[in-house]
Design a protein around this ligand. Structure first.
Ligand code: SAM
Length: 170
């Protein structure tokens, strides 16, 4: 994942939500442009408590992240081709670099991406677009395991139940 157009100090909450969705829905890593140590730190705390290997890394150059991509680059944008049309080409394409923008997206990104993909050709949110793409590609995150978690949620019809690692199942 690559998040461009982040505004440190202005939208840490939205970018943190992008990172949380990326992690929960099965992405491996998020590059953040420009870098923001507050978001990196917040996700490190999530990883310590809830496990998994998801990492956030600040990058001063989104171009470098694109050049290092080992597979197709999927840019989520309301102006792109409908997801349903592109999905068959993404499934089985191996490692993907998925890009979401912020308030303003650099025009060069549209040309640099392998696929510009829309989730409904209407403006909405990078968080929603990302969740839909990852759920379509990797399936619903219901059964995903996060090794090394200090705590985990026991799903319940009502109320909240969280157990610590090592606690006996009841
Ligand atoms: N004017 C921007 C653009 O060029 O797409 C829209 C900015 S929007 C507030 C922030 C991000 O949400 C976009 O960069 C894109 O990643 C995502 N996004 C919004 N609507 C989308 C849609 N319908 N399909 C896919 N991604 C979308």
């Amino acid at each position: 994942m690559l998040r461009v157009g982040h505004r440190p100090g202005r939208d840490p909450r939205l970018t943190t939500h992008v990172a949380l969705v990326a992690r929960a829905f099965g992405a491996r890593r998020l590059y953040l442009h420009p870098p923001d140590p507050a978001v990196v730190e917040s996700l490190r705390g999530v990883r310590e408590r809830w496990g998994g290997a998801f990492e956030v890394e600040g990058t001063p150059s989104w171009g470098e992240v694109l050049r290092a991509a080992r597979g197709p680059v999927v840019h989520l944008t309301m102006y792109g081709l409908p997801l349903g049309r592109v999905l068959p080409r993404l499934r089985g394409a191996g490692e993907l670099l998925v890009i979401v923008g912020g308030a303003k997206v650099p025009g060069r990104l549209y040309g640099a991406a392998t696929y510009n993909v829309s989730v409904g050709s209407q403006p909405h949110s990078e968080v929603a677009a990302l969740a839909v793409l990852l759920a379509e590609l990797l399936g619903l995150p219901d059964a995903r395991e996060f090794p090394g978690a200090r705590q985990r949620i026991v799903p319940r019809a009502r109320g909240k139940r969280v157990v610590r690692a090592g606690a006996r199942r009841t």
